[in-house]
Design a protein around this ligand. Structure first.
Ligand code: GLU
Length: 286
């Protein structure tokens, strides 16, 4: 089977050296294997994503020489695809509407003695999971805003034990409860990061997912969704996050670390790629 990798930036800022390193990883793995490298724009957050950033990112990728195969897939043009899969999960009885506001969730967590915690802090306490069907219908009929969450206990029971393989870490046992009852569809869009990534990796026939190790916890639930939906599970290669020689990680706000500013300073594509690779090699294992 031929190798298909992807780079999936969210256009909320300019491409910086850290994401360029990530793009290089996917591009390089596809090219050395004679496979395909695809680009996907993850712009479901229509308030934060901007077309100018999308154009700038694509232009920087071209300038760096990371040419991609086929058309760029823009997630905001495919809400119907995600909606269909959401309906599928609904028919399986694995999702529920959640009417909680952020403040409701914080209050509930503060009031409970042993709120479950995930990699990024407290998890959703499951308040709306206990609503009756009648109550759900009544609130929806009254037009209450809601997101949709996965009922992780049910989902885990349905999927059974599962594993995935990370190239450097080996075989990893899936932890379906790691992120709690995570959001499958946000209040403002019929999807979420987790749902659309899972659907797109399947539709774009990705065989190797190369991305930063900060996303590793999410992989546990992406593979859970793959199992529930009968999708293939790709191979994963979570790479270390790039740091400068002082050990500092980059943020999108570090303007001097953007490819744009390096271009303005007169650096060549080769110099930028070499810098990313040398810092990538020097980055200690987390
Ligand atoms: N859109 C995500 C980001 O920019 C990509 C995560 C992924 O590759 O799945 O961080």
């Amino acid at each position: 089977m031929s190798v298909v990798t992807r780079f999936a930036p969210s256009p909320t800022g300019e491409l910086h050296l850290g994401s360029a390193y990530s793009a290089w990883t996917g591009w390089h793995r596809a090219r050395e294997a004679g496979g395909r490298f695809v680009v996907r724009i993850e712009d479901i957050d229509i308030r934060r994503c901007r077309r100018e950033f999308e154009h700038a990112i694509l232009e920087d990728l071209r300038w760096l020489g990371f040419t991609w195969d086929g058309e760029v897939r823009r997630q905001s043009a495919h809400f119907a695809d995600y909606g269909k899969v959401l309906d599928q999960l609904d028919e399986m009885g694995l999702v529920y509407p959640c009417f909680c506001s952020r403040a409701d969730i914080e209050r509930e967590i503060a009031a409970s003695a042993n709120a479950p915690h995930g990699p990024d802090g407290p998890l959703y306490p499951g308040t709306c999971r206990h609503l009756s069907l009648q109550e759900r219908r009544a609130r929806m009929a009254a037009g209450h805003e809601h997101c949709v969450r996965l009922d992780v206990e049910h989902a885990a029971a349905r999927a059974g034990p599962y594993h995935f393989v990370d190239e450097t870490r080996g075989c990893i046992e899936g932890e379906p409860r790691l992120l709690g009852d995570f959001v499958i569809a946000r209040k403002d869009t019929p999807t979420s990061y987790h749902l659309s990534v899972t659907v797109d990796d399947q539709l774009q026939e990705i065989t190797l997912v190369t991305r930063g190790e900060d996303v590793l916890p999410s992989t546990h639930v992406h593979v859970l969704l793959q199992k529930l939906l009968g999708y293939r599970t790709p191979l994963y290669a979570h790479h270390r996050l790039l740091r400068d020689p002082t050990g500092r990680r980059f943020a999108k706000r570090d303007r001097d670390m953007t490819i744009r500013s390096m271009r303005e300073r007169g650096m060549t594509p080769q110099q930028v790629v070499e810098l990313a690779l040398s810092w990538g090699r020097a980055t200690p294992v987390a």
